[in-house]
Ligand binder design. Structure first.
Ligand SMILES: [Zn+2]
Ligand SMILES: [Zn+2]
Length: 309
């Protein structure tokens, strides 16, 4: 097949638009959507210092490459932050990849770890949770602790924005998950730009309108080195929702974009339904929170781990 746009040999059939794309046109489309999202949502101002969360996986490494280019053109500074959760056999593969890419791009790179910050690796935390009969899943512990640590690291590195590499698939899965769990407050958080309250570095998601498959192809076509392994703890409802949405997209192309668009149209109305938080600081770790104890310290305290114990 030939590229719909330029007639060169196509490498990708984009079903939701009916186009065939060659390597160059696909790469240009990914870049255009990335920069358009930044402009559309006013994510980054010229001269700002931006942090990007980089696990070493394809999405975050591509995000760092595209942001590096953007920051150069806007005289912004970029700092990469990698969280080492402590997942044996998994994260130790992503970290060197993150470091290598940051070095090649000439970007400052900081690594922060669960072990140093909370006194235990994710593996240890989950083992303790199992002992204690906690009903919470791995992604709950990991998500809460990683969010807290990323915010702290971004703030301490002087960044005024924190970019994460959530792609279209991640975002749509999160929307559906919060529907299934009927969690309005979490649903509201899923916008392109979100600042919970003072003390939090605003989060931006410049890849939210790019399908995962196109980011993967971009990494391959550009020869960007990434860690392609999957988190061993990912499972349960997260995988079921992923498969369900992929099945929907397969039978009804463009479903993912439609779910995202519908959510973005509804989001302004959700704000009135989300309780307003009074900013407080956690009595254990001093991080911003809505009650006396932040969620990270609450989870760790229940397991008698770290500063919260
Ligand atoms: Zn083309
Ligand atoms: Zn705390």
């Amino acid at each position: 097949m030939r590229c719909t746009a330029c007639g060169r040999r196509a490498v990708y059939h984009r079903r939701y638009t009916g186009d065939f794309l060659c390597d160059r046109c696909l790469a240009r489309s990914v870049e255009r959507r990335f920069y358009r999202a930044i402009r559309k949502h006013n994510m980054i101002k010229p001269g700002e210092r931006v942090a990007v969360a980089v696990s070493g996986g394809k999405d975050s490494v591509v995000c760092m490459h595209l942001l590096a280019e953007y920051c150069r053109s806007k005289r912004c500074e970029l700092v990469a932050i990698t969280v080492d959760e402590g997942i044996a056999g998994y994260r130790n593969r992503g970290i060197p990849v993150a470091r290598k890419n940051a070095e090649a791009l000439g970007i400052e790179h900081r690594i922060v770890s669960f072990k140093e910050s909370f006194g235990a690796t994710l593996d240890e935390i989950l083992a303790r949770a199992k002992e204690k009969g906690s009903g919470l899943g791995a992604c709950t512990y990991c998500g809460v602790l990683r969010r807290s640590l990323l915010n702290r690291a971004a703030r301490e590195s002087g960044a005024s924005k924190l970019a994460t590499a959530h792609n279209l698939d991640d975002e749509v899965q999160a929307i559906m998950l919060n529907y299934v769990r009927s969690d309005l407050a979490r649903l509201y958080r899923l916008g392109p730009v979100y600042q919970p309250r003072e003390g939090f570095v605003p989060r931006i998601k410049p890849m939210r309108e790019i399908p995962e498959k196109e980011i993967a192809l971009y990494a391959l076509l550009k020869g960007i080195e990434a860690d392609w392994s999957e988190c061993p703890y990912r499972g349960g409802i997260h995988l079921e929702i992923r498969d369900f949405i992929n099945w929907l997209e397969e039978n009804h192309p463009n479903s993912k974009f439609m779910i995202l668009r519908m959510f973005d149209r509804m989001r302004p109305f959700l704000v009135s339904a989300v309780p307003e938080f009074r900013p407080k600081t956690c009595r254990v770790c001093g991080e911003p929170t809505s009650s006396d104890l932040c969620k990270a310290c609450e989870l760790l305290g229940e397991l008698d781990i770290g500063a919260g114990s």
